[in-house]
Design a protein around this ligand. Structure first.
Ligand SMILES: [Zn+2]
Length: 412
């Protein structure tokens, strides 16, 4: 559907475009689109075309983010930055990330159709990597924009053994240009992101949207336990140093620590044993730990407890343990002035205001390094996300876009 002068926001167009992007997938019959893939190229090109149609200047930046800019009446002014991500997890839903990019483009298209320029520029960014599926490190696109991209990560390899630097070059991008896309604080007024809730709170309360107060921090560890491999039939139980049995005890310890506080969550999401044969005692086991909490002190305390539990288990079972700290991010608090402004936008559309924290990570965590951030959550069916069952209604897409537009127009 083309824009018509004076036309209203269209929830149909937003949902159509989510469907359209979902066609770019490496998974037949489902949706998987990872960083710097041919499918990411096709989706990015589509988004750039929509940005141009909405009156923006648009291009891919050095890390493959789709960036659109809608100037103020006077060009070159600082921008209000909007966006979300265009990559997905494996076998994903159609809305996680994409909804925020498409809704932001819809708002700019509305302003453009009315020939309306604001006292600030608007930039919409479709981040190329948020989920971290391909290289195991998240928020690559937004960290590049925030100037916190770690150039050492360019040597990280995907499961096929290709480095990120090579993948960027094959995509037609120059890895050495990444530092140049970092924004200065003075370039960005604030960052606002619309995203599906990915949880059940809004649905339970019968609300289409909610205003995010903070994005929970997380810590990720990779733990390797080493014992002794041996014959499953000949080594008596009393003489075994079974790394997998030790790792299992550690996984239960993670669960026990996480259950000790209602706001804490802890997950062992990957678990591998080597050599991995039915008749061999596992000599080595590796597992990951993901801990999240709305307060940094709570998370840090939990991580310390988990480390000491792992050391205890290893000592008792005579295993060698190695604990690598993979990634950690502190709590990102949404700015009170932006929360209040978003709340007024919610109320202006006739909805009850509900504040809620985000248990999932988002691009705003990275942008928080250079600017104040805020987020608007849109209800999703059953609280389900990271699944093909992810679903939102036309009415809720409409509500989210209207609130975002009101937020943008009232921003000054
Ligand atoms: Zn997301």
């Amino acid at each position: 559907m083309p824009y018509i002068i004076g036309r209203m926001l269209s929830a149909e167009r937003i949902l159509e475009r989510c469907e359209s992007l979902a066609q770019h997938s490496e998974l037949p019959g489902g949706l998987t689109r990872v960083f710097l893939s041919p499918q990411a190229r096709a989706a990015g090109d589509k988004v750039l075309a929509w940005m141009r149609e909405a009156g923006m200047q648009a291009k891919l930046d050095a890390i493959g983010n789709a960036v659109g800019r809608y100037e103020a009446a006077r060009p070159g002014l600082p921008c209000l930055m909007l966006g979300s991500h265009l990559d997905t997890v494996r076998d994903a839903g159609k809305y996680d990330g994409m909804l925020g990019v498409i809704a932001a483009i819809e708002c700019v298209g509305f302003l453009n159709s009315k020939n309306k320029r604001l006292p600030f520029a608007i930039e919409v960014i479709g981040f190329g990597d948020e989920e971290g599926v391909r290289f195991g490190t998240t928020l690559l696109g937004s960290r590049a924009v925030a100037g916190t991209f770690d150039m050492d990560v360019l040597e990280a390899k995907d499961p096929q053994g290709k480095t990120m630097a090579d993948a960027l070059r094959e995509f037609g991008l120059d890895p050495q240009a990444i530092p140049r896309i970092a924004r200065k604080r003075s370039d960005v007024l604030a960052y606002a992101e619309l995203h599906i809730e990915q949880g059940p709170v809004l649905e339970a309360e019968g609300l289409p949207v909610g205003v995010v107060t903070a994005i929970n921090g997380f810590s990720r560890l990779r733990v390797t336990l080493r014992g002794a491999a041996g014959h499953a039939g000949t080594v008596p139980m009393s003489l075994r140093r079974d790394a997998l049995a030790g790792a299992a005890e550690c996984a239960l310890a993670v669960e026990r620590v996480a259950r000790s506080h209602p706001e804490l969550v802890g997950t062992v999401g990957r678990f591998e044993a080597r050599p991995g044969a039915i008749n061999v005692i596992p000599g080595e086991a590796t597992f990951t730990v993901d801990v999240r909490a709305p307060q940094d002190s709570l998370r840090e305390h939990a991580v310390a407890q988990i480390r000491s539990e792992i050391e205890n288990v290893s000592r008792n079972r005579q295993l060698a343990s190695e604990i690598e700290s993979l990634q950690h991010f502190g709590v990102t608090t949404c700015a009170p002035r932006l929360i209040e402004r978003m709340e007024r936008a919610v109320a202006s559309q006739g909805f009850r205001v509900r504040r809620l924290p985000s248990g999932a990570g988002h691009d705003g965590m990275a942008l928080g390094a250079i600017t104040e951030i805020c987020m608007l959550f849109v209800r999703c069916k059953g609280g389900i996300s990271h699944s093909p069952l992810e679903s939102i209604t036309r009415e809720d897409a409409d509500a989210g876009a209207k609130v975002l537009l009101e937020f943008i127009q009232s921003y000054s």
